[in-house]
Structures are given as C-alpha cells and as structure tokens.
Design a protein around this ligand. Sequence first.
Ligand SMILES: Nc1ncnc2c1ncn2[C@@H]1O[C@H](COP(=O)(O)OP(=O)(O)OP(=O)(O)O)[C@@H](O)[C@H]1O
Ligand SMILES: [Mg+2]
Length: 341
Amino acid sequence: MVLGVILLSVVGSYVFYALAMAYLPGSISDNWMPSRVELAWIGGTTLAALTLAGWVAVRLSRRILTPLNSVAHSLREIAQGNLQARATLDRHAQGETAQLVHDFNDMAKRLQSVTREREFWNAAIAHELRTPVTILRGRLQGLAEGVFSPDAELFNGLLRQVDGLNRLIEDLRVLSLNDSGHLELDLAPTDVMREVSVVVQAFATRLAARGFQLHIDGDVPIPVVCDAIRIRQALMALLDNALKHAQPGALRVRAHLENGLCSLSVEDDGPGLSPDLAAFVFEAFRRGDPSRARSSGGSGLGLAVVEAIAKAHGGCALCRPSAAGGTVFTLQWPAMGEGSA
Ligand SMILES: Nc1ncnc2c1ncn2[C@@H]1O[C@H](COP(=O)(O)OP(=O)(O)OP(=O)(O)O)[C@@H](O)[C@H]1O
Ligand SMILES: [Mg+2]
C-alpha cells in the first residue's frame, strides 16, 4: 500500500507536471502558493491515496481481524464450557491466520474428544464397580444380619468378587500408566518360549477341562529383550479370552522371530469376531456380546491391556481372522528392545 501511495504521488506528480508544462504552462504557480489546478491535483491525489488505504485496510481486516475475532469469541465460549464452539474461517483468510484458525479448531476438537472420553471412562468404571460392590454389600449385610451362614462357599464367592475388583483396578492402572507414558518396563534378556510354557502350564488344566487341544509352536530358545512379567500378563489375557469367548477346539500358541520382530500369537478355532468388533477390539470396555460378557464377568479391558503392553515395548497388538474361522491375536515387538526393528 505504501508503495502504491509513493508511486501515485511521485510518478503521478511527474506525469502531472510534464502534461501541465506541455499543454497548460500557465496553470502552474511560480510562487509557493499552489494554483487552482495544482490544488485540484493535490486534493485528487490525497483522495486516491485515502481510498487505496481504506480498501487495503478493509481487506486486511477481513483477512486477519475477522478470523482473529472469531478465534477470540470461540475461546471465550470454550472457557465458559461450550466445547462445541469453533472459529469460522473467512474465505479471504490466508497464510498464518488460516493456519491459526485450523490449529485452534483442531485443539478444540481434541479437547472435546478428551472430555467425552473422560466422561465415558468415568461412567464405564462406575458401571464395572457397581456389580461386585453391590454383591459384596448384599452378602456382608446378609452375614451381619444372620441371613447367610458363614461357610467356606460364601467366603470363596466373596473372595472371587474381591479378585475381580483387584483385576479391574490393576487393568485400569496399567492403562492409565500407559496413557500417561509412565508404564515402566523391567526389560531384560528373556527366552520367550520359557515364559510361554510357564503360562500355558498354568492354564493347561482349565483349557483341557473345557475341551481345548493345546499346540505350542516355536523354536527353543527365542532370545528377546522384554519385561517377562508383562509379556506373561498379556499372554494370560489372551488365553483367558480363549477360555471365556472361544469354542473348544485347537488352540495354537506360537512364538517366532522375524526381521528383528518377536511375534507371540494365540489362535483359536472360532467363533471369531464380528467385523464391527474386530475394528475396535483393542479399545477399553469393548465387548462383543455385552450380555454374554456380563455372564462371563469380563470388563472389556483385557485386550486394551494387551495392546498397552505391546506399545510399551515399542510394538503393537494385532487381530485377524484365522483360516479355521477363529481369531489370531498377535503381540509383536522389537526383539532387541525399542528401536531395533
Ligand atoms: N478369542 C476370542 N474369540 C472370540 N471373541 C473374543 C476373543 N477374545 C476376545 N473376544 C471378544 O472381544 C471382547 C473384548 O475382549 P477383552 O479381553 O478386552 O474383554 P473381556 O474378555 O470381555 O473382559 P476382561 O478381559 O476385562 O475380563 C470380548 O468381550 C469378546 O467379545
Ligand atoms: Mg478378556
């Protein structure tokens, strides 16, 4: 704009005096007082410069001030609790201003989804706690009032509820530590196959009683760097799922090393996951058939914990349908610690 005004006054004046001297030499004043023609030129130039400045100011305010005002307004709305507020982007806005509006809207969207997620978690945790606490309270009240007799069966039932609560608390602890990046691992050189056989032995009786035929695949030893306790915990969650959700049949546990990645998988023969569930199965509180999961006592945290453990190792958790119509759950991580793959 400054360049425009300078050009208008310097080049314009040059042209004006050149024309005036050529065609109207008498119209140029020869003292300090401008002539009428010169006054008209000065007035015209000032008006043109003001119009140019006004036009540029309006465009600038459209490009910068309107989006900034919109961001400021939405910011106030968000501060007052309306997380749906978004800044509007004028079609004239460009460059940094447009980027600012986009960044602000992304931040508002993220804030809204974090808040929704927190509300969902609070509701889900309260829901999961309600059943065991209600059962415990009912039984203890019955005992206190002499309605129930204090026998071993009753106490074992109470213990099962407390164990369930304990597991829920531990799963929530692992997930929240992982979310905040504080899930610390005790990494050490480990033979994965040794850990697999320890876990499988602990499940063997229950699996056999339900009619599963166990097959263990893998070279011995498979040397990797991992937190053995966490890997066992993940494998236990997968075998627990097979017990609770898979139909009796062959159950294959495989471990192998490939391209610096260690893969540990559990494959069952069915019934498999519906595509709807498969896409979100590693999310917390996701359950296939809520009524069936209710009866089996699951909270829907097992696979979220498996994924958290894989991620803490710098790896990932995967699930895919198996050839026999079941599901293969795989835990994968860099065999020599994070960064080796
Ligand atoms: N091997 C499997 N076969 C079929 N469905 C499965 C299998 N493993 C998991 N699922 C489905 O995925 C859902 C989520 O599993 P997840 O382990 O996260 O939760 P859960 O087993 O229901 O509860 P929790 O593990 O907290 O006790 C289960 O409710 C079940 O519907
Ligand atoms: Mg489970």
